[in-house]
Design a protein around this ligand. Sequence first.
Ligand code: FAD
Length: 350
Amino acid sequence: MNQFVMLALSGALLLTGCDKPPVQPGAPAWTAEGKTMGTFYRVTVADAPPEALVGLKEQISQLLEQDNHELSTYQSDSSLSLFNQYTGTDPQRIPTGMADIISTALRIGVKTEGAMDITVGPLVNLWGFGPDKQPVKFPDQQHIDAARQLVGLRHLKLSEDIQGQWLQKDLPGLYVDLSTLGEGYATDHVASLLEKRGVNRYLVSVGGAVISRGLSAAGQPWRVAIQRPTDKEAAAQAIVDLQGHGISTSGSYRNYYELEGKRLSHIIDPATGRPIEHKLVSATVIATTAMEADGWDTGLMVLGTERAKALALREGLAVYLISKTADGFTTWMSPQFKAFLVSQSDASAS
Ligand code: FAD
């Protein structure tokens, strides 16, 4: 799980992986928080007309419940699970929101040359990071190869007609996992609900995805801290001012388990069928939406430091990478990211 904790650290929201909801600085007019999608959400409104807040908490809960019921692989009767359980190859009608997220996922999937691939579900489950239990021993190559046969964006087709949106698979065993973009999608969805109610100064986070608009209650830009990649402490590596954008961090240092003495990350390289093992430990992306940021960060993690840098430069993405070195960490940011940076720790900056 990748969640948030707010530290009283330069007054910034810290992107981290501790199992606590964030606490936010200043004296917000209104906050709501709770559990959703196996993680936490938090909504902070800095200022709003009182009528805009009436029944807001209930509406946010309902919206997140609805997103969960569409996108979860952990709920056997969600729209996504029904598609995954279907073993035919006819197009299946899917909700509009699910079509939006799949459309974004397919686009980013192609741009990352399949590093981010939402059909990776059979491998995620094989390695014990989905709804299935963790394996007690390493999956053997035969099982990895069999799961890899079911993976590939070319097996998935999204279409639209006057009746609605349709999703089609050409392999009966194809299994779609939207965990990597779901939190970003839900973050944007809550933000759009706030906008519709006339709220335009807010910070929303669902798990590892955040979006903000306007100024905080203290009249300052909303600041978000990128966590130093360690599971031992909660400390900021860099602080950014989102300027109304979405941000998401994907890291290999929090969601992992140890098997036969080896640390296994929840991010799977579809090319090898195995958890990633390289030196890139955290990738943060700032984009116009939280969902967009949430899709790219996982793809960059799979690619590793050098290929992630090349992709960020090629696509003009705002990216901050943290890589392991022999004696600590080194960081890299794309030119687009610099526009958002408020400060970063000198200790590990390159
Ligand atoms: P990210 O880096 O954003 O995504 C990593 C995740 O994406 C992996 O865990 C895996 O699922 C998938 N993935 C791995 N490799 C790739 C790849 N190469 N390409 C694409 N995807 C990849 N968790 C629970 O424990 N219980 C729940 O009930 C639960 N419900 C959920 C409901 C929904 C709708 C969603 C979206 C998620 C749910 N989760 C649940 C999952 C969890 O909360 C996180 O979303 C998940 O752990 C990944 O989020 P992240 O930000 O940590 O990692």
